[in-house]
Design a protein around this ligand. Structure first.
Ligand SMILES: [Zn+2]
Length: 173
């Protein structure tokens, strides 16, 4: 007789590692849930100042290609807010795209700050975006500070991977 495996299901990991931040690494253990509805007239979650329907919403629906690596980064952040895993996969380069992607419905993205961009313009084929995303999950508020790498193929930007910056205090005042 096989003993049932005691899977750690007592809630989120207490480790503050990339696997719980979600932007660079899929939280593969978490179940798939429905998306969060964002109305076109809502302020875009990427904090561009434009309404969603004229900003990341266009990119999510495939009506516009993100013109820059930063625009793609913003659209991916908004997709995290919307729990739009399909878009996150679509905008992920096939060479690094995870087989499956689940998002943590308990994680709430609160704010995105673009710290720095390198290349990633309409005439580049590569780019980097350094950003800080503030989010909150069951363990509380934390900061994800990452340098993401993007590549452009066939006129479309794709997320390749990201390196998390060390030493983030995690509790912004
Ligand atoms: Zn936006």
């Amino acid at each position: 007789m096989r003993a049932p495996r005691a899977r750690a299901s007592t809630g989120p990991s207490t480790r503050r590692t990339s696997e719980r931040t979600g932007l660079a690494v899929p939280a593969a253990r978490l179940g798939q849930t429905g998306r969060v509805k964002i109305d076109d007239t809502d302020r875009c979650p990427c904090l561009s100042g434009d309404p969603y329907g004229r900003c990341c919403g266009l990119v999510h629906r495939g009506e516009r290609v993100a013109p820059t690596a930063e625009a793609l980064m913003r659209s991916r952040y908004s997709a995290f807010v919307a729990l739009d895993g399909d878009y996150l996969k679509r905008s992920w380069h096939p060479s690094t795209r995870p087989g499956s992607l689940s998002l943590d419905p308990d994680t709430r993205c609160l704010r995105l700050d673009i710290v720095r961009t390198w290349a990633g313009g309409p005439f580049d084929d590569a780019g980097e975006v350094e950003f800080r995303a503030i989010a909150r999950d069951a363990d509380g508020r934390y900061v994800l500070h990452e340098v993401s790498t993007f590549t452009r193929e066939g006129g479309e930007w794709f997320y390749v991977d990201g390196v998390q910056m060390p030493g983030e205090p995690g509790q912004p005042s």
